[in-house]
Design a protein around this ligand. Structure first.
Ligand SMILES: C[S@@+](CC[C@H](N)C(=O)[O-])C[C@H]1O[C@@H](n2cnc3c(N)ncnc32)[C@H](O)[C@@H]1O
Length: 276
């Protein structure tokens, strides 16, 4: 299901097209609307759904081109109109999107190839998963997995998660937020691109219901330390594990980036916080 009636298009390049704009106070700035680019693939995700190409912005993700396989393209073609959501900045009706006003909805930002997303959605079909990424091959892969697993509780959103958080969701609409292995941006000059920082928490906190869980995981130790520091300092969240990291929860399946980190002997940290 798209937030607009005609779903625009799909290239292998969507990752380069969305980003975060940060204003002088460190919060995302107002976004001027620009005309959307013409569609390359009329039945799939759009290259710049929010029309924000001209916006001055800081990206939290790498601009990476990925080849869309035939299987992924087929899944996009079959399922995008029904399960796809364009992050175009217009208000999103989650009850309408999932067809069930009572369904709690958890947002996952940066699902990558979506293997863990699909597994978790299959393990808990009483929760709606709104999964966001800019990576077209991953969007196709997740749609394929949702189809294979017979899932009705997954929606795949295309675009910059910051647009969703900033412009599209009503207060207290989310029952949880998952951010697994966000881009670590290891160089000091790129730290401003890291997602977990105070301005981001200020943006998400009002959208999370009291009692909602914010679950982060990373294999990049300095980023884990930053996450723990920033989350612990936030008045809106409380650590479910005292002052430290959470033990690895059984319910979180291994992700592709986690596997890559472990192969490099990185230590993985989970952080589980509750919205006050
Ligand atoms: C390092 S990958 C991790 C993927 C997956 N969670 C895993 O563990 O395999 C980070 C993902 O977050 C996505 N991402 C980063 N910033 C984003 C944003 N602002 N909006 C949407 N997706 C974003 C990237 O496109 C990328 O697919």
């Amino acid at each position: 299901m798209s937030s607009s009636s005609t779903p625009p298009s799909t290239p292998a390049v969507a990752a380069s097209d969305a980003a975060v704009s940060v204003g002088s106070a460190g919060l995302p700035a107002a976004r001027p609307r620009a005309a959307a680019r013409p569609a390359k693939f009329p039945d799939g995700p759009a290259p710049d759904p929010a029309g924000s190409r001209e916006e001055h912005r800081i990206r939290t993700f790498h601009a990476r081109r990925g080849r869309v396989t035939d299987a992924q393209a087929g899944a996009l073609e079959r399922h995008w109109a029904e399960w796809g959501v364009e992050l175009d900045g217009s208000p999103l009706d989650l009850a309408g999107l999932f067809g069930d006003p009572a369904l709690p909805v958890v947002l996952e930002i940066g699902f990558g190839m979506g293997d863990a997303t699909a597994r978790m959605a299959a393990d808990d079909r009483a929760t709606g998963i709104l999964a966001v990424d800019v990576h077209t091959p991953g969007q196709g892969n997740l749609l394929n997995l949702a189809d294979q697993y017979g899932l009705t509780n997954v929606r795949v959103a295309n675009g910059d998660a910051i647009v969703l958080l900033r412009d599209m969701l009503p207060p207290a609409s989310l029952a949880g937020l998952r951010i697994y292995f966000p881009d670590p941006w290891p160089k000091a000059k790129h730290h401003k691109r890291r997602m977990i920082q105070p301005a981001f928490l200020a943006l998400v906190a009002p959208l999370l219901r009291p009692g909602a869980t914010l679950h982060c995981a990373t294999d990049w130790e300095p980023y884990a330390e930053q996450m723990l520091e920033v989350l612990s300092a936030s008045p809106d969240f409380i650590n479910q594990y005292g002052a430290g990291y959470a033990p690895r929860p059984d319910f979180r399946p291994m992700t592709k980036f986690e596997r890559q980190g472990l192969a490099k002997d990185h230590i993985v940290h989970d952080l589980l916080f509750t919205r006050r």
